[in-house]
Design a binder for this molecule. Structure first.
Ligand SMILES: Nc1ncnc2c1ncn2[C@@H]1O[C@H](COP(=O)(O)OP(=O)(O)OP(=O)(O)O)[C@@H](O)[C@H]1O
Ligand SMILES: [Zn+2]
Length: 466
C-alpha cells in the first residue's frame, strides 16, 4: 500500500471517492457470503403448524424431480410475517439445515443505498451466487426496507432495487432450486407486485408464543444448562405471558450468567425469577413513560373533539376511544343525525370547529400540538375548499371557482381558507377554555377507562352543572 493510501486509511477517508465499485465495498458488507447451518426443525420449539407447512418446502428442495414430473411448480418465495424475535430467522436457517442448502442471510436495509443502481447490483450479485451454490435459501429479513409500496415516494434507487428483486424472482431458472424467504412485521407496507403469484405467494404468520410454546422454547434454551430441581419451566412459561422467543432465550442466558456470578454450580429458581424481572423491567422502563404521556395527549385530543361536538349540538357522539386501532391512536365515533346532503354555512363551520377541537385541546393543556391532528386538518382543508370554491360561502363571492380560474386564484383561496380556519380555531379554543372543567373530567375518564360512551359523556357534563 502506498504511503498516501496508508494515511488516508488511518484517517478513515475513502481513497477513491469517485470510483463507485470501491465505494460499494466500503459501505456494505461483502455480498454473497453464505453458511451451511446445522440448525434443524428440532431447534425450533413449538410452531408445529408452521413447521408442517415448511416440511413441504423442504421436500420440494430435496426432491425437485418428484414435483417436476407431476408438472407442479416449485414455490419461489415464502414470506414470514410477525413481530420481532419470534424465530423467523431461526426457521429460515433450519430450512437450510434440513436441506443442506447454502444459507444467504441478509437484511433489506443492506440493499438500501444512496447511489442509484448499487442496491440493484447487490441483488443481482446475491442471486448469481445463490444459483451457483444451489440448492440455496436466500433469507431477507425486514424485506419492507426494499419492498415498500413504490408509489409512496418516488425513490429511484429503491425502485431499482425492488425491480431487480422482482426480475430475479421471475427469472429463476426452473432448475435452479433457489428459495427466497422474506420476513417482515409490516406486511401492509409491501408492494403488491411482491405478493403476486410466482413471487412471495405463500404467507406464514408467526406470532408471539402461547404458554405451551413458551414452555417448549424454555426447554430448548435450557437443554445444555445445569438446572436445580427447584426450577419449574412450566411455571416460568406461565409467568412470561407476552414475551417472544428471543426474550425467553435471553432469560435463560441471563439466569445462567447470574449463577456464574454467584459462583454456583447450578441455576436455581431465584436466578430465573431475577432474570424475568430484569427483562420485564427493561421493557417497561423503555415504554411506559412514553406510553403514559402519549395516552394523556390522546385523551385530551379526543376529549376535545367530543366536548365541542356536544356543545355545538351536532352529530351526537356514539363512542370515544383511545385504544389504538390501525394507524389511529384514538377516535370518535359519530352518528350522523340524518342523511342529508345540504349543509348550511353554520353547520359546516361547526364541523370545522369539531375537527379543530383535538388540536385546540392539546394546545390548551400542553401548550403545543402533536402530529395526531394531521388527519383532522386535512379534512378541515377539504371543507374550506368546498365552502370557498363550490358553495360560494366566502368573501370571494358566490360563483364556483374551478379549472384554470382556480389555479389563478390559488393564493386568494389559501388566504380565505386560512382566515376561516383561524377564526374557527380561536372560537374553539375559547369554548374549551370556558368548559375546561368538563374537558379535564372527560379526558380523565378516557385516560382511566380508555373508552367513553354517549351516556357517560352526558353524565359527566351534567355533573358539572349540578
Ligand atoms: N420457537 C423458537 N424456538 C427456539 N428458540 C427461539 C424460538 N423463537 C425464538 N427463539 C430464540 O430467539 C432468537 C431470535 O429469534 P430470531 O432471530 O429467529 O427471530 P426473528 O423473528 O427473526 O426476529 P427479528 O425479526 O427481530 O429478526 C433465536 O436465536 C432463538 O434463540
Ligand atoms: Zn383528531
Amino acid at each position: 500500500m502506498s504511503m498516501i493510501k496508508e494515511i488516508f486509511k488511518k484517517i478513515n477517508m475513502p481513497v477513491f471517492a469517485f470510483n463507485q465499485s470501491k465505494m460499494e465495498k466500503d459501505t456494505g458488507k461483502d455480498d454473497g457470503t453464505f453458511s451451511k447451518p446445522k440448525t434443524t426443525f428440532k431447534d425450533v420449539a413449538g410452531l408445529d403448524e408452521v413447521k408442517e407447512e415448511l416440511f413441504e418446502l423442504v421436500d420440494f428442495i430435496k426432491n425437485p424431480e418428484k414435483y417436476k414430473k407431476m408438472g407442479a411448480t416449485i414455490p419461489k418465495g415464502v414470506l414470514f410475517n410477525g413481530p420481532p424475535g419470534t424465530g423467523k430467522t431461526l426457521l429460515a436457517a433450519s430450512v437450510a439445515g434440513e436441506t443442506n442448502s447454502a444459507f444467504f442471510n441478509t437484511t433489506g436495509s443492506e440493499f438500501v443505498e444512496k447511489y442509484v443502481g448499487v442496491g440493484a447490483k447487490r441483488v443481482r450479485t446475491l442471486f448469481e451466487k445463490a444459483r451457483k451454490e444451489s440448492p440455496s435459501i436466500i433469507f431477507i429479513d425486514e424485506i419492507d426496507a426494499i419492498g415498500a409500496k413504490r408509489h409512496l415516494e418516488s425513490n429511484n434507487e429503491k425502485d431499482q432495487t425492488l425491480n431487480q428483486l422482482l426480475v430475479e424472482m421471475d427469472g429463476f431458472n426452473k432448475d435452479s432450486n433457489v428459495i427466497i424467504i422474506g420476513a417482515t412485521n409490516r406486511l401492509d407496507l409491501l408492494d403488491e407486485a411482491l405478493l403476486r403469484p410466482g413471487r412471495f405467494d405463500r404467507h406464514i404468520y408467526i406470532g408471539n408464543p402461547n404458554c405451551y410454546t413458551r414452555h417448549e422454547i424454555l426447554k430448548v434454551h435450557t437443554k445444555n444448562k445445569p438446572l436445580e430441581e427447584s426450577v419449574n419451566l412450566e411455571e416460568l412459561a406461565k409467568k412470561t405471558h407476552g414475551l417472544s422467543g428471543a426474550h425467553l432465550s435471553n432469560i435463560a442466558n441471563e439466569a445462567a450468567i447470574m449463577a456464574v456470578r454467584e459462583n454456583k454450580s447450578t441455576i436455581n429458581k431465584q436466578h430465573f425469577d431475577d432474570a424475568i424481572e430484569r427483562i420485564l423491567a427493561g421493557l417497561e422502563s423503555k415504554n411506559s413513560k412514553l406510553v403514559e404521556r402519549e395516552k394523556k395527549i390522546v385523551s385530551y385530543h379526543e376529549a376535545g373533539h367530543a366536548l365541542i361536538s356536544n356543545l355545538l349540538g351536532i352529530n351526537p357522539i356514539q363512542k370515544i376511544s383511545i385504544v389504538p386501532r390501525g394507524q389511529a391512536l384514538g377516535y370518535v365515533l359519530q352518528l350522523p343525525d340524518e342523511d342529508r346532503f345540504i349543509h348550511t354555512k353554520e353547520e359546516l363551520l361547526n364541523k370545522i370547529k369539531i375537527l379543530l377541537a383535538g388540536k385546540a385541546s392539546e394546545e390548551l393543556i400542553f401548550n403545543h400540538t402533536s402530529t395526531g391532528a394531521k388527519d383532522d386538518l386535512k379534512k378541515v382543508s377539504s371543507i374550506t375548499d368546498q365552502m370557498i370554491c363550490e358553495y360560494g360561502m366566502s368573501s370571494l363571492g358566490s360563483s364556483t371557482i374551478e379549472g384554470n380560474y382556480k389555479n389563478l386564484m390559488v393564493n386568494k383561496i389559501q388566504n380565505e381558507s386560512n382566515s376561516i380556519i383561524k377564526e374557527c380555531y380561536q372560537e374553539t379554543l375559547n369554548l374549551l377554555k370556558k368548559h375546561s372543567e368538563e374537558l379535564h373530567l372527560v379526558s380523565n375518564h378516557l385516560f382511566e377507562n380508555e373508552t367513553l360512551t354517549h351516556d357517560e359523556l352526558k353524565d359527566i357534563i351534567k355533573r358539572v352543572y349540578t
